[in-house]
Design a protein around this ligand. Structure first.
Ligand SMILES: O=C(O)CCC(=O)C(=O)O
Ligand SMILES: [Fe+2]
Length: 205
């Protein structure tokens, strides 16, 4: 699967990191109108974000989240298809699109998107549904300060840019997890940051 996705991805996005980590940035994956509509859909549905893995730190992930579904708006289906087409992955392997909203002071501290193998969270969230493989994240706005996405072990930091996608594989080509994908969504200092995230599994979800 990694190889198929890599081939398709070479058509549009810019490579940001090379083996063993596959990390891409794709400017203007969505246009400004699409982003604005997705922000409005998110604001109408948000709830406090959840954590897959337990942590004693109550300030670890302080954002809000919303699951965006096709029945919320036809644009959700269109974006789902555009992402699946770009990735060359069967849409059945994808989780529903989830939006994240960060208000001033909110962040998601350094974490990985894969489930720790052998852990309770893996049994609960992975298990039969499979491990998380690719993350396809799109910034919906840039009129904010702070909120950078930092890949702390890769020394790569991205500022939110409206419509820009960040795409990375949380796994290595042999299917094992890649700790180099550790990332931190920095605190927002001014304004509000919105993103949408699509996670793929390593088998049909
Ligand atoms: O908001 C970001 O920049 C990153 C979000 C993220 O890492 C996640 O939702 O898993
Ligand atoms: Fe993440």
């Amino acid at each position: 699967m990694s190889r198929i996705a890599l081939t398709r991805l070479e058509a549009g996005p810019q490579i940001q990191a090379v083996q063993p980590t596959q990390l891409y940035c794709w400017p203007q994956f969505l246009d400004g109108d699409e982003c604005e509509q997705l922000v409005a859909l998110t604001d109408a549905k948000v709830r406090p974000s959840e954590l897959a893995s337990p942590t004693a730190d109550k300030a670890f992930r302080t954002s809000s989240s919303a699951d965006l579904e096709r029945r919320d708006h036809p644009l959700v289906g269109i974006v789902n298809q555009r992402i699946a087409g770009a990735m060359g992955i069967d849409p059945a392997w994808g989780e529903p699109i989830q939006a994240q909203r960060y208000q001033p002071g909110q962040e998601f501290k350094a974490h990985t998107d894969y489930f720790e193998p052998g852990s309770v969270e893996y049994e609960h969230h992975g298990g039969r549904r499979g491990q998380r493989s690719w993350t396809f994240m799109i910034y919906l706005n840039q009129d904010c300060e702070g909120g950078e996405t930092e890949f702390v072990r890769l020394d790569k930091t991205f500022r939110p840019v409206t419509g820009m996608a960040l795409i990375w594989n949380n796994l290595l080509t042999d299917g094992s997890v890649n700790p180099q994908t550790l990332h931190h969504a920095h605190k927002i200092t001014v304004g509000v940051k919105h993103v949408i995230t699509k996670w793929y599994r390593d088998r049909p979800y």
